[in-house]
Design a protein around this ligand. Structure first.
Ligand code: HEM
Ligand code: ISQ
Length: 155
């Protein structure tokens, strides 16, 4: 069984909740990444020269929102075509940005955990369940695979 309409709906529904307070959840997402992997701090340009996480950094927020959105789009693509297709230009660009920032494959599990925990906190204990978690996890994994493949392709 591929990605179902139900799974797509669960991702879209929780994205709507995230959107209600995107500044808060972007910051939370980022904080969780650093909580899980404190060493990741040095990879982010907007953190290198600051002691704590900037509370109102437009770049941090924009990037975090992009990760949420791209994962949501992956869910839609998975349901529509059974696979995630990232535009050639975007993929090349993201591959390069991550390689150049020192990101390696195991980091993707860190971001996954942080993403799932952020969505869990956003929707709340009542609505969060294994099905919702599985839907986000699969959409994220497929997107991450595409970026990792690009990162590991020699130019
Ligand atoms: C930058 C998305 C995974 C670390 C970015 C940007 C996007 C993005 C959209 C901004 C690019 C730009 O416009 O400059 C994603 C997605 C991921 C992912 C969709 C997974 C599916 C990761 C992982 C790490 C990571 C696993 C490692 C912890 C970074 C860093 C930057 C970056 C260090 C550069 C930030 C800066 O200094 O400006 N990512 N990312 N990303 N990402 Fe990711
Ligand atoms: C970049 N890549 C992955 C996750 C992120 C979270 C917050 C800000 C930037 C990011």
């Amino acid at each position: 069984m591929g990605f179902t309409e139900k799974q797509e709906a669960l991702v879209k529904e929780s994205w709507e909740v995230l959107k209600q307070d995107i500044a808060l959840f972007s910051l939370r997402f980022f904080s969780l990444i650093l909580e899980i992997a404190p060493g990741a701090k040095n990879m982010f340009s907007f953190l290198r020269d600051s002691e704590e996480i900037p509370q109102n950094n437009p770049k941090l927020k924009a990037h975090a929102v992009k990760v949420f959105k791209m994962t949501c789009e992956s869910a839609i693509q998975l349901r529509e075509k059974g696979q995630v297709v990232v535009g050639e230009t975007t993929l090349k660009y993201l591959g390069a940005v991550h390689v150049n920032s020192g990101v390696i494959d195991p980091h993707f599990e860190v971001v996954k955990e942080a993403l799932l925990r952020t969505v869990e906190e956003a929707v709340g204990k009542d609505k969060w369940n294994e099905e919702m978690k599985g839907a986000w996890a699969e959409a994220y994994d497929q997107l991450a695979s595409a970026i990792k493949a690009e990162m590991n392709t020699n130019p």
